[in-house]
Design a protein around this ligand. Structure first.
Ligand SMILES: [Zn+2]
Length: 271
């Protein structure tokens, strides 16, 4: 399998001669950019492989089994922690955000997987999705049947290119940007397809979180080779501003150090 070679996706520096960071695993080289310190996978598999072989749920299952075997105690604690959150913190952050922001109209999810988020959108929303995995795209088509939208089975850049400027009221990227080989270019395209004032909602793992600092290599945010970008609150803000977005909501509570993920709402400036 021929791997891709990536320069730093944020600043363009080629870190080829730098040794892999301690987060590298097997053939997968995780680099820390010598110029901007961004952490990324340098040699991801090509897109064609992603279409079938690296559907995220497959590597997720493998990683889960691996974690359980390697450290049963840590696995038990993290499982209990998730159970606790599921039981007592039942709030659905995305649903709350969509409600607070009064999102209606055409909503595009980039990396929509099997369509569970699109399916849950309220009556006032017409769901559209882009998904690279053939299998997941097929599932998503069924989920949104009769809602007036469309699922495109393509890479995010190819999929976004099919929509005219100002097409959408909202773009969702939930657990997507960490997978995207060209995050800057995709964000610029997302800005283009949004109406002026339209919102971009992002959920992405927070490499700067406490759990990563404590558990190091064992952090649940590492998935090889699915996760290719490791954003911190500052690199996430920077890449969005660079793509021409205004950051609308990114408070302390949206990027709690105790959470593995962070949430951000940006918008396409009106002028
Ligand atoms: Zn860099």
């Amino acid at each position: 399998m021929a791997h891709l070679h990536r320069v730093c996706p944020l600043c363009g520096t080629d870190n080829k001669v730098r040794p892999g960071s301690k987060y590298s695993k097997g053939e997968w080289k995780i680099k820390e950019c010598k110029n901007c310190s961004f952490v990324y996978l340098e040699n991801p598999p090509p897109y064609a492989e992603l279409e079938e072989n690296f559907a995220w749920e497959k590597t997720f299952a493998e990683e889960t089994a691996f974690r359980r075997k390697r450290n049963p105690l840590l696995y038990w604690i993290s499982t209990k922690n998730k159970e606790f959150k599921g039981k007592y913190l039942k709030r659905n952050k995305l649903r709350d955000l969509l409600k607070t922001l009064s999102i209606r109209g055409s909503v595009l999810e980039v990396g929509c997987a099997g369509g569970h988020i699109l399916k849950s959108l309220g009556e006032g929303c017409v769901p559209f999705g882009i998904e690279i995995s053939r299998q997941l795209a097929r599932a998503a088509v069924k989920e949104i049947a009769g809602r007036g939208g469309e699922i495109i089975n393509a890479s995010s850049l190819d999929g976004l290119a099919r929509f005219e400027e100002g097409r959408f009221d909202c773009v969702i990227m939930s657990a997507f940007l960490e997978h995207e080989v060209h995050p800057k270019e995709v964000l610029k395209e997302a800005r283009r397809v949004l109406k002026p004032g339209g919102r971009l909602i992002i959920k992405v793992p927070n490499f700067g979180c406490l759990n990563r600092r404590v558990t190091g290599k064992n952090w649940c945010g590492f998935r090889y080779p699915d996760h290719v970008n490791y954003f911190t609150p500052s690199s996430l803000s920077a890449v969005l501003k660079g793509a021409g977005f205004s950051i609308e909501k990114f408070s302390f509570f949206d990027r709690l150090p105790t959470s593995d993920n962070m949430w951000l709402v940006a918008s396409r400036p009106v002028r």
